[in-house]
Design a protein around this ligand. Sequence first.
Ligand code: SF4
Ligand code: SF4
Length: 193
Amino acid sequence: MTKSELYEKAYEMLEKTTPLLTDCGELCNRACCITTEEDLGMYLFPGEEEMYEGEHPWLHIEKTSLTYGNGKPVFLATCDNHCPRELRPLACRIFPLTPYIERNKTFVIRSDPRAVPICPLARESSSHKLDENFIDAVANAFRLLIKDSEIRSFILKLSRSIDEQESFILRMTGTGKGKKGGRAAKRRYNRRK
Ligand code: SF4
Ligand code: SF4
């Protein structure tokens, strides 16, 4: 499968599921879409930029200094907060989850610690449980995507970057010296089928 075919399939698998059965945007006034900070955006997965060739005035894509694999650049997408829903990037479809490769190489789908400041569902204090169908759809989509070596390499890079961010937060909050605690960031949804 080409990258475009992979993403078309993944988009389709994630088209009908949302984090909650109800509209979670009502909990936070669509906090993940409405931002006043211009540099906030979402990383595109390897080759996903091909999905946005041509005119897409609602989306801006730029190369970042972050690389994965053999020095390949990561692209960052920022939007005007009003996307055609069927075209939203993969990162938006899976938020507040993320694919993650543990140090022992186990692949899991887990709560994304980068989502904690934005998303009430990513916090340990949340009384809302993510819909199991949503978690399964994300896991199934990534079981397909991770077969691609570049996507796997990107997820590996992302995972170590998440580790660094978690360690930093833990040091800043004084909950341990690099030791990871039982916060929302560590809620995991293991789907190893
Ligand atoms: S920030 Fe979280 S709760 Fe709010 S709309 Fe986004 S995914 Fe839903
Ligand atoms: S692309 Fe769409 S779903 Fe993603 S942040 Fe922008 S408005 Fe929200």
